[in-house]
Design a protein around this ligand. Structure first.
Ligand code: ADE
Length: 311
């Protein structure tokens, strides 16, 4: 899978992709990222990317021409043409303004570059999603991350200033995404969030293939295979509920002891405890999720008991 990020702050992404799981995924060639400097697609002495809004008002708006050029350099045509089923220009992925996210001194650079080379193969438009990051977008969710993880190429356009000329959204973008109900200074942080949440779902990216399934917002209960080693997993794990609390050694810390149930090896007991904790946490922090969650009869009973205790 490949991400293309169009931004006026390409350096912003360097440290993000140099650490942790993202760094490993890039180094191992499980994913590749191209960061494209929007200013490379300007033609004036000042490399102007923004202008004042028509109709007046505060702030500046990202101009459409550099964005359209940046997208064209990635082989992204206006939606109308893409829908007509045209193929991408395969040779344009490594282009003007593109940088590897991995600095040259790091040994993983070669892997990342090799991947960039691989990604220049013909890609159908159906396998490409162009996304505008903005506070006005649809909320980004785990379900959306899963959808994107099944996409071959995701192009992320980072908004800045007061916004992006709406014609870019209308002409090129398949989706406008927001990472939450707050206004950021730009789409860069949001793009990093989308890349992180999506790429950790790709096969092989997490050490433990199963672990992304069992956390908050993971796949529905019915989709989760039962554990073969007999250790209770949160099969209950997600299904739209928040994850249960986790503990590791020492068994006592800061005057608090790990719940006895987790120490005694009673797998069925552990499973029940974890499910109850999920319900508790979801009720306390995200009661809205309970409406969409797949809850068993036993869950409903547990919830009732939890609610009664709270009264
Ligand atoms: N740009 C500014 N605010 C944003 C948000 N909440 N999500 C995505 N992009 C943004």
């Amino acid at each position: 899978m490949r991400f293309e990020i169009v931004t006026i702050f390409p350096e912003f992404f360097t440290s993000i992709f140099e650490n942790g799981i993202l760094r490993r995924a890039l180094a191992e060639g499980l994913v590749s990222v191209g960061v494209h400097d929007l200013r490379a697609f300007t033609h004036d002495r000042h490399r102007t990317v923004d202008d004042r809004p028509f109709g007046g008002g505060e702030g500046m708006v990202l101009k459409p021409e550099p964005l359209a050029e940046a997208l064209a350099s990635l082989g992204i045509q206006p939606k109308a043409e893409r829908l007509a089923g045209e193929k991408l220009d395969s040779g344009s992925v490594l282009c003007q303004g593109t940088t590897s996210v991995v600095p040259e001194k790091l040994p993983i650079e070669r892997g990342a570059l090799a991947l960039e080379g691989n990604s220049t193969k013909q890609t159908s438009h159906q396998r490409t999603r162009v996304i505008l990051l903005s506070a006005q977008g649809r909320p980004f969710t785990q379900a959306m991350a899963r959808e994107l993880a099944a996409t071959e190429r995701v192009v992320l356009v980072c908004g800045r200033y007061e916004g992006v000329d709406e014609r870019i959204n209308q002409l090129y973008c398949d989706m406008e995404l927001s990472i939450g109900d707050y206004v950021l200074s730009g789409g860069e942080l949001a793009a990093a969030v989308v890349v992180d949440a999506t790429m950790r779902l790709l096969p092989g990216v997490l050490g433990n293939e199963a672990s992304s399934e069992f956390e908050s917002f993971g796949v529905a209960d019915a989709e989760i295979a039962s554990a073969e080693d007999g250790v209770p997993r949160s099969q209950h794990g997600a299904g739209g509920l928040l994850d249960y609390p986790h503990y590791t050694r020492p068994a006592e810390f800061g005057g608090l002891r790990v719940p006895e149930t987790l120490l005694n090896g009673d797998h069925a007991g552990i499973r029940r405890w974890r499910r109850e904790q999920q319900l508790r946490k979801t009720l306390a922090n995200r009661p809205d999720l309970l409406e969409g969650a797949a809850l068993s009869k036993e869950d409903h009973k547990l919830l009732e008991a939890i609610r009664l205790k709270l009264e």
